[in-house]
Design a protein around this ligand. Structure first.
Ligand SMILES: C[S@@+](CC[C@H](N)C(=O)[O-])C[C@H]1O[C@@H](n2cnc3c(N)ncnc32)[C@H](O)[C@@H]1O
Length: 327
């Protein structure tokens, strides 16, 4: 359920949770209604289709909004019938359902809500944030969960009290922000001391040497609808070749890098149309982001030291570093 629906008709406990939003300008409380109003400094924030918005409608992540509204369901486990996202979240974080149940979770950069769905199913109280119009795709798919609130906002300026969440989850996101170090460090302001986190980021060198990097400088400047149409035409031609190459023993994974379409290992378990759909989505996701800034392990180690994080693990999962631990 999105925020305004709940504040209009929720229980007192729900309202207390939902209305704990702060003004970005003065950090004062916001009064809820058809819009959000700060009585202390008179700033007003719009509520679009039940989702409070703390950023301009148009921003650097508009391509993501386009992508996730076109592929609202593609990667949701409830749609694919495969636990791909659940497995990724649980393996990356090491969290269990009983760790999460009834705890507060801040999910940043939620896209269409594939991870939101898994988090909500654990019984956690989930707050999902995205800077783009993807929040509307997420609400359409996951709005049925009473333990979810969705906010359109930027990680750089979040309308929540500091140190107020038990868990922080942010996967697939920070490399796509303009200042990755600032993004990484800002996220921890909202996690309580002793709270647990899981963040991933593209791994430097591996991601930088991918052939998509030859196309990105041009592709990211093409308007989303045009680029999407191009990807939609190209994938059906190149994906069969990529699949054949990936079947070559030992060197298959390297060979697929020569063909500029996304081809993950689980596509082989899907029917042809579903695999094409995933590949179109992921190929667009490779080519369209304004920012893509992979990070080296040493830099991540330095940031976690500077923040005084504990029990830190930085593990490489294919082309990603997964950073988890305790604040
Ligand atoms: C590659 S998508 C990943 C979505 C989702 N986490 C997933 O893995 O399916 C990256 C998401 O981060 C969001 N994003 C980028 N910069 C952001 C920021 N500053 N604050 C919040 N969200 C941001 C984008 O709008 C986009 O939906």
């Amino acid at each position: 359920m999105t925020l305004s629906k709940r504040v209009d008709g929720g229980t007192d406990t729900e309202n207390a949770w939902c209305s704990a939003l702060c003004c970005l300008r003065c950090r004062g409380p916001l009064r809820t209604g058809t819009e959000l109003r700060c009585d202390a400094c008179s700033t007003v924030y719009p509520v679009d289709d039940g989702i409070p918005r703390f950023v301009p409608r148009d921003n650097y992540a508009a391509g993501f909004g386009y992508q996730w509204n076109r592929h609202r369901l593609t990667q949701l486990d409830s749609h694919s019938g495969m636990p791909i996202t659940r497995d990724r979240l649980m393996n990356a974080s090491g969290w269990t359902v009983s760790d999460l149940k009834e705890k507060t979770v801040l999910e940043c950069g939620s896209g269409a809500g594939r991870f939101t769905e898994v988090l909500c199913e654990t019984g956690a109280k989930v707050t999902s944030v995205d800077i783009s119009s993807a929040v509307h795709a997420n609400a359409a798919s996951n709005g049925r969960f009473p333990n979810l609130r969705i906010v359109q906002a930027s990680i750089y300026e979040l309308p929540f009290p500091e140190e107020s969440f038990d868990f922080l989850f942010c996967c697939g996101v920070i490399q796509h922000t303009p200042d990755v170090e600032k993004t990484f460090k800002t996220l921890f302001r909202y996690l309580r001391p002793g709270g647990r986190f899981c963040i991933d980021v593209y791994a430097a060198i591996i991601a930088y040497t991918h052939p998509r990097q030859l196309l990105r400088p041009i592709a990211k400047r093409v308007p989303p609808a045009k680029l999407y149409a191009l990807v939609e035409r190209t994938v059906p031609r190149l994906l069969p070749l990529s699949m054949k190459l990936s079947a070559v023993p030992r060197v298959g994974q390297c060979l697929t890098r020569l063909v500029p379409v996304a081809n993950h290992s689980h596509l082989g378990q899907m029917d042809a149309e579903t695999a094409r759909n995933w590949s179109v989505l992921d190929t667009f996701d490779w080519l369209s982001p304004r920012y893509e800034r992979p990070q080296p392990r040493r830099r991540l180690e330095r940031w976690t030291r500077e923040l005084g994080l504990r029990e830190v693990s930085i593990e490489r999962h294919r082309g990603l570093y997964v950073i988890s631990g305790v604040k």
